[in-house]
Write a protein that binds this ligand. Structure first.
Ligand SMILES: C[S@@+](CC[C@H](N)C(=O)[O-])C[C@H]1O[C@@H](n2cnc3c(N)ncnc32)[C@H](O)[C@@H]1O
Length: 269
């Protein structure tokens, strides 16, 4: 498969974003590098369709281990350096874009500190792609011209929480929450407490572009019930803001493969 004229330099690490999961949303560059890499280090977030397309003998799964624990990041960093020093060309494959809650920045810094050449290959982030395939634009001239992308992983009541929900409520615009399925009641509560209108539209998009994509829609007040009714599980993106209501206006003609797996909760938007 390797073409001497165009093969990646041996010893280079490619920090590649895979997009949300549809293999056709891999960039042309990501696809080429995946075909030619000596080793691909990945977790499960690139999704089943992309992972099934990789040759198992060149893959190392550095995602959750048997017991459900993540491979510690320092171990992944060390492995990248080790493989590069053996002269391999390596793809470090991350879901979405490696530089959006993907630890790509940490990996780049580690590689630079160890003198390992690397290249960053941006991917289509789920922060915008997951809403998009469900018919939700993250900006819309009639509703908002700003977007905040935050983690929902933290407890909003903790003083050390890095996300200031009160400030986000004041700014308005679209709020996109990654890693925010479990703590949905906490941060929707925080936004309501900060003064956001209870009828603010909210949508959850699970496994966007994977088989069995699911969407739950509602408002700040009803979305937790909608989540439970549909059975939304991670990975899912939460969209808070007027744009979330756009889905209801376009759904009938939205031809994305799995977009029309609508639920009763959709009527609430
Ligand atoms: C650690 S973050 C990684 C984000 C990723 N780097 C990106 O740019 O999309 C993991 C979170 O991304 C979101 N996510 C990634 N892929 C997704 C998908 N196909 N559908 C829905 N959410 C997804 C979920 O919020 C998930 O909890």
């Amino acid at each position: 498969m390797t073409d001497a004229a165009t093969a990646p330099e041996p010893g280079t690490v490619y920090l590649v974003g895979s997009g949300p999961g549809d293999p056709e949303l891999l960039t042309v560059k990501a696809k080429r590098l995946l075909e030619r890499a000596d080793v691909v280090l990945h977790d499960r977030l690139p999704g089943p369709k992309i992972l099934e397309g990789l040759s198992a003998d060149r893959c190392e799964d550095v995602g959750k281990r048997g017991g459900g624990e993540r491979t510690p990041q320092p171990e992944i960093n060390e492995r990248l350096v080790e493989l590069a020093r053996e002269g391999n060309s390596i793809v470090r494959l991350k879901g979405g874009d490696s530089f959006v809650f993907g630890r790509g920045g940490e990996e780049a810094e580690f590689l630079a500190a160890h003198g390992v050449p690397f290249e960053i290959v941006p991917g289509v982030t789920s922060a915008t792609a997951a809403p998009a395939v469900a018919g939700i634009p993250v900006t819309h001239r009639e509703h908002t011209s700003s977007i905040s992308i935050v983690t929902g992983h933290e407890d909003p009541t903790k003083p050390e929480s890095a996300v200031d929900w009160e400030a986000l409520a004041a700014v308005g615009g679209t709020i996109v929450v990654l890693m925010g399925v479990r703590r949905l009641p906490d941060y929707t509560g925080a936004l309501l407490e900060a003064g956001m209108a209870p009828e603010t539209p909210v949508a959850l998009v699970e496994r966007a572009t994977w088989p069995n994509q699911q969407v739950a829609a509602g408002t700040l007040e009803t979305i937790v019930d909608a989540r439970d009714e549909v059975g939304i599980e991670p990975p899912a993106v939460t969209v808070v803001g007027e744009v979330a209501a756009t889905r209801a206006t376009v759904l009938e003609f939205l031809a994305n493969e799995t977009a029309n797996e609508a639920t009763a909760a959709d009527e609430e938007v």
